[in-house]
Design a protein around this ligand. Structure first.
Ligand code: MG
Length: 325
């Protein structure tokens, strides 16, 4: 009898933890309702996690072990694979290596049941290349609820009209193969011009969200007001990249301003992804160069900003990943 009780207890705990620790099992096929990201069942969802750095600058972290580590130790519910399509050795120049990096992370995310953003990481329009790439990704991964497409990281010099035209073509291509996964669309000036989006959003597509990026030591209340105004106007917003220092990715952290951004995103239930898992000598690179490429990082191997991100992501995602004690 004792043995039976123990068996039932183990079975129960095992079922509970495996369900509770798997975001994609909890929330399934994501959807957008009004301005809110929602689960398959229609309940609001806030994803929180980290972005890998450019694949062509920090390829060493693009492996299945970091995916597992960032889920289990950092408690991320979403990861972002930032596929560089500019800067040396980018996807356009060296597609085989880029695809190897991206596919490794995406496949590991699917295996570990975390959401993953496939990010076309650029500042300039490269429409034909992007169209062919997302066509391939949608055919390969469209059936997996884990995958989110980010079709243009940060338009820099484009007008909203040209981003809209670009987005329409890429979304149309993705939707030929994948009718439902979330697609993230950028806006001019490094994803800041949400007021232009709010005045003239895309029409005729489902499950579209608009990205907003901030660096807390540079971007303050004026932009928080802009985010809230766009949200109030019904625009679904996803913060696919953010950080606590200056927009260069370097300089001192501004923790009070960062806290204000976190408070705003949590109040509006906007998902947020932190930049980045990389090891350059700059504030935004979260990991030290001597840290192992496979994760397993104790606090001494994580830089101050990384420790802050890990603490916050763990705190806000604690309900998804309850202690197994
Ligand atoms: Mg799909």
């Amino acid at each position: 009898m004792k043995k039976l009780f123990l068996f039932c207890l183990i079975l129960h705990v095992g079922m509970f933890t495996s369900f509770a620790a798997d975001p994609v099992k909890m929330w399934g096929q994501l959807q957008v309702k009004g301005n809110q990201l929602c689960s398959e069942q229609g309940a609001p969802v806030v994803l929180r996690g980290v972005s890998y750095g450019w694949h062509n600058l920090w390829p060493r972290f693009y492996n299945k072990n970091t995916v597992k580590w960032l889920k289990n130790d950092w408690k991320c519910t979403v990861l972002r694979a930032a596929m560089g399509t500019v800067i040396e050795d980018n996807y356009i120049e060296n597609p085989d290596f880029a695809l190897q990096c991206i596919n490794t992370v995406v496949k590991a995310a699917i295996k570990n049941n975390v959401y993953v953003i496939i990010d076309w990481h650029t500042y300039y329009p490269q429409k034909e290349e992007a169209k062919a790439f997302f066509s391939m990704m949608a055919q390969k991964y469209g059936k997996y609820p884990h995958v989110i497409y980010e079709i243009y990281n940060e338009p820099m010099e484009d007008t909203w009209e040209s981003v809209k035209e670009y987005a329409t073509e890429i979304i149309t291509e993705i939707r030929k193969y994948d009718p439902d996964n979330i697609i993230l669309v950028g806006s001019p000036h490094w994803d800041q011009d949400l007021h232009l989006v709010a005045a003239d959003p895309l029409q005729g597509f489902d499950n579209i969200m608009y990205t907003f990026h901030f660096y807390a030591a540079t971007h303050g209340q004026e932009l928080r007001d802009r985010v809230e105004a766009a949200w109030n106007a019904g625009i679904p917003i996803f913060v696919s990249e953010c950080a606590g220092m200056e927009a260069s990715g370097d300089g001192p952290l501004n923790v009070p301003e960062w806290q204000k951004w976190i408070d705003l995103m949590e109040r509006l239930q906007i998902s947020w992804v932190n930049w980045s898992i990389s090891d350059k000598n700059e504030t935004c690179s979260m990991i030290l160069p001597r840290a192992d490429k496979n994760g397993g990082w104790d606090e001494s191997l994580i830089k101050p900003y990384g420790r802050l991100v890990r603490e916050y992501v763990r705190k806000y995602n604690a309900y998804v990943y309850p202690d197994k004690k």
